[in-house]
Design a protein around this ligand. Structure first.
Ligand SMILES: Nc1ncnc2c1ncn2[C@@H]1O[C@H](COP(=O)(O)OP(=O)(O)OP(=O)(O)O)[C@@H](O)[C@H]1O
Ligand SMILES: [Mg+2]
Length: 452
């Protein structure tokens, strides 16, 4: 069986095509929103068991959130040190470790592909390379597909962003790592296809008139834009494609850093000399995963001092709770939900009431749009670049297809409407359009391999 697999930064889907019918597989029975959309998450327990999707998040939330993190100095090994005058000595190594953590959660691991610094990570004493982490997710997905279909997967067409990273070297490295992960996961007969190309193939299935289409695929980790020409049988010719490594994750971060820091002690001063509370402490809020770093004694000491002698004790108690009780993920999830609400409403409120965190922060849409202004401009430039590369003007485009969850953000809908005209805009299945196109390509490939 040949399948189309969209391994997205936030969500993954698998689709099948048999020449007439497209089927999206129920990958995540636990998802209440849509079982055919699996969150691209991985949870590894201290015993080494792995879980994906909603179950991964639930297990992390159950075991980690609200629990006081108990950092302990532990002996972690020995190192051989050589000194010129003394010779070689053995040095015991100690590190602070979270003594009671039941497991680690990984999210947006696709984004780590472009991060040269992320080579491996230590999960309860076992080293996992990034490729191994991704392979774990892929092989669990494959197992689920085979269980559901009661047949072996014999070929996979896998989506890839047009660019994993802006610079060519990081981009090539990311792709190599992804290929390696697929090999480790033992995915058979793999073909990579660019994600916007796949979305275009899904659209082309129902096209019977020649037209020029621009695909705007804006997901959790990347924005991809493609222009193609369809003939009157829906056969595509690709004219130009480009992308930027900006996605919904970045938009969430803009909200946290631009709007929520004030709830966690931004601008506080400490002591009678009114020394500023160090800004670098709050830099750890740029990702939920890095918030836990603040439980290291050197940061906790600063925060405690702020709680005792600072001008914003309430906010700094909230920061202490956020770090020590692991509310980083719930905060980012709340922010993401607020962002999604702003796609329909003009104003929303980000609310957190847990332990010593207690606030309702209003977020009007205009302010969200201000916060993402630089990203919006970068994205518009990308659209203009693709048009220029295809030597076309907006008037030459007949249809603009929006796909990917972030393509619902009104700021981007407006940008596209202004450029191309509102009547040309069409929304595709935002979470599953890419998987559908990959399935169509997989079916073609399967036919070729059967000699059909
Ligand atoms: N209604 C909405 N308005 C705004 N953003 C949304 C909406 N629904 C989902 N999102 C955002 O869309 C993103 C997920 O979209 P999608 O599933 O298309 O991404 P992905 O395919 O996993 O990522 P990528 O293609 O970049 O690897 C998340 O950042 C999510 O917050
Ligand atoms: Mg996607």
């Amino acid at each position: 069986m040949y399948i189309g697999l969209d391994f997205g930064t936030t969500n993954s889907s698998v689709a099948l095509y048999d020449g007439t019918t497209l089927t999206l597989l129920p990958l995540d029975p636990r998802s209440t929103a849509n079982p055919r959309v699996l969150r691209s998450t991985l949870f590894i327990t201290s015993e080494g068991a792995a879980y994906i999707g909603r179950e991964a998040i639930d297990r992390f939330l159950e075991g980690n959130v609200g629990r006081e993190i108990d950092y302990q100095w532990r002996f972690v090994g020995e190192a051989e040190l050589t000194f010129a005058d003394i010779g070689t000595v053995m040095q015991a190594l100690y590190a602070t470790v979270d003594a009671n953590a039941p497991g680690r959660l990984f999210q947006s691991i696709k984004t780590a592909l472009r991060d040269r610094g992320f080579t491996h990570t230590n999960v309860f004493g076992r080293y996992y390379t990034l490729e191994e982490l991704i392979a774990l997710v892929l092989s669990l997905v494959k197992m689920r597909v085979e269980d559901t279909l009661q047949t072996k997967v014999t070929g996979v067409v896998l989506g890839r962003p047009v660019h994993y990273a802006t610079d060519a070297e990081a981009d090539a490295l990311a792709f190599k790592r992804m290929q390696h992960a697929c090999k480790l996961a033992e995915l058979p007969d793999i073909l990579f296809l660019e994600e916007p190309t796949a979305a275009a193939l899904a659209y082309a299935r129902n096209v019977r008139t020649a037209q020029r289409v621009l695909v705007f695929d804006f997901g959790g980790g990347t924005l991809d834009v493609t222009i193609m020409q369809l003939d009157d049988a829906g056969r595509p010719t690709f004219l130009a494609t480009d992308g930027v490594p900006v996605g919904g994750d970045v938009l969430d971060r803009r909200i946290v850093m631009g709007r929520l820091l004030r709830q966690f002690g931004e601008g506080a001063t400490i002591g009678p000399r009114q020394l500023p509370f160090p800004a670098h402490v709050l830099e750890h809020l740029t990702e939920w995963q890095s918030i836990v770093d603040l439980t290291q004694p050197r940061y906790l000491d600063i925060i405690e001092e702020g709680v005792m002698a600072g001008s914003k004790p309430r906010e700094l108690r909230a920061l202490r709770s956020l770090a020590r009780r692991n509310y980083g993920l719930p905060m980012y999830e709340e922010v993401e939900r607020a962002k999604v609400r702003l796609s329909d409403a003009n104003e929303t409120t980000i609310s957190m009431h847990m332990d010593e965190i207690d606030f309702d922060e209003p977020l009007p849409r205009w302010d969200f749009e201000r916060l993402i202004g630089p990203d919006a401009r970068q994205i518009e430039r990308c659209v203009d670049r693709v048009l220029a590369a295809a030597r076309l003007s907006p008037a030459d485009i007949d249809v603009v297809l929006r796909t990917g969850g972030s393509s619902r953000v009104p700021r981007f809908v407006r940008m596209l409407a202004n450029k191309f005209g509102e009547e040309k805009l069409q929304e595709m299945d935002v979470f599953t359009g890419v998987a559908s196109g990959l399935a169509i390509a997989a079916w073609e490939r399967g036919r070729q391999s059967w000699g059909g």
